[in-house]
Design a protein around this ligand. Structure first.
Ligand SMILES: Cc1cc2nc3c(=O)[nH]c(=O)nc-3n(C[C@H](O)[C@H](O)[C@H](O)COP(=O)(O)O)c2cc1C
Length: 352
């Protein structure tokens, strides 16, 4: 049976215009990535995880993660932390920043995060996790979603007890990445757990993990009953994976690849500033130009170049036709229209 990936569904009161969701990825899910994801067919996009401690202390870089452009909606902003009151303050800030959904991270397996009692470690303390969800849900009018792993230890099935508890506490949706925190990204995502979770809760469940193609998306949706599939790594430097999942499997031309990369570079420089963008972008060069699209030495050459200007010139020399494609893309996109963080009410910071 072919499921319709363009079908609308609701997360809380928010209408999501399709069953493909772009995954939150730290160090990847900048605004440029999310806007591109929307253009290529994602019905919902998500920020990378944002530290509530950073929000509380008004860390400039952290606040940068809360910039929302008008063409990103619907957009979830994901927060992580362990103190219910601080999480609630951050959720108010996320709402004021213009997000549509507050997503809570109970999945991050990285020690730097779990040792503070945040991320996946909360799966070991369901009552505290429920207090966080309850506190956040009371603080904001936005729907609250939770993204989690199957549990912390290998073979854990804790998500099946924690998930329903979090729904009781106020979660309007659950995203499950059915690997354990210990597994990190090894092995495979066991979506039989996703199917079990779907049968236990009456809110939409989003299936995350190893969805890389239309065939896989259809299979995961059909066998789990999930409301949507989430795509992460397959979309890194490869928005065409999203397009393929949504039904258009035309491979991109060299010009299209270079034009999308150039647009991504320009948008990221605007967002992060040239200094930060220069390092941040390096991994994207191999992601975009890999997959047999360009020879390896060319990718290596780009990474060695010192300035963004040199990278742009080198890319245009390799695919001169990309200039026209890029001009059309930029004209279609229009200027970025985003809420200015300076105008957010100070009281939202809870005095922090
Ligand atoms: C580089 C990277 C960064 C990630 N950062 C986050 C994050 O900030 N928040 C989160 O909930 N999940 C994060 N994830 C997990 C993804 O959202 C997703 O659940 C996981 O990669 C499995 O999906 P995939 O097989 O489609 O990549 C990250 C994954 C990767 C590869």
């Amino acid at each position: 049976m072919q499921l319709n990936l363009n079908e609308h569904w609701f997360l809380g009161g928010v209408e999501i215009p399709g069953r493909l969701v772009l995954a939150p990825m730290a160090g990847v899910s900048v605004q440029a990535f999310r806007r591109q994801g929307r253009r290529f067919g994602a019905g919902l996009v998500c920020s990378e995880m944002v530290s509530v401690a950073g929000i509380q202390h008004r860390n400039e870089r952290t606040l940068g993660y809360l910039r929302v452009a008008s063409d990103e909606h619907p957009l979830a902003i994901q927060i992580f932390g362990s103190d219910p009151a601080t999480m609630a303050d951050a959720a108010r800030m996320v709402e004021a920043a213009g997000a549509d959904i507050v997503d809570i991270n109970f999945g991050c397996p990285v020690r730097k995060v779990t040792k503070t009692g945040a991320g996946a470690s909360l799966l070991d303390d369901p009552e505290h996790a429920a207090r966080i969800v309850d506190s956040v849900a009371r603080a904001t009018a936005l729907p609250v979603s939770v993204k989690m792993r199957r549990g912390t230890g290998n073979g854990s099935r804790d998500c099946l007890t924690v998930g329903p508890r979090l729904v009781e506490a106020g979660a309007s949706s659950l995203t499950l990445h059915p690997r354990s925190a210990k597994q990190m990204y090894t092995g495979t995502a066991d979506h039989s757990l996703t199917a079990e979770l779907v049968s236990l809760v009456d809110v939409p469940v989003i299936a995350s993990g190893d969805v890389t193609s239309r065939a896989r998306a259809q299979a995961v949706l059909a066998t789990t009953g999930a409301a949507a599939v989430m795509v992460g790594r397959a979309a890194q430097g490869n928005p065409w994976a999203l397009r393929e999942i949504m039904g258009n499997d035309t491979p991109p031309s060299r010009e299209e690849v270079v034009a999308e990369l150039l647009l991504f570079i320009r948008e990221t420089v605007r967002e992060l500033g040239e200094h930060r963008a220069t390092g941040f972008l390096k991994k994207f060069y191999s992601w975009y130009l890999g997959r047999g699209r360009f020879p390896k030495p060319f990718k290596q050459e780009l990474v060695m170049l010192a300035t963004i200007e040199e990278v742009e010139l080198r890319l245009l020399a390799a695919a001169p036709g990309a200039r026209d494609v890029l001009e059309r893309l930029e004209a279609d996109l229009g200027p970025v229209d985003e809420i200015l963080l300076d105008s957010l009410p100070i009281s939202l910071y809870g005095g922090g």
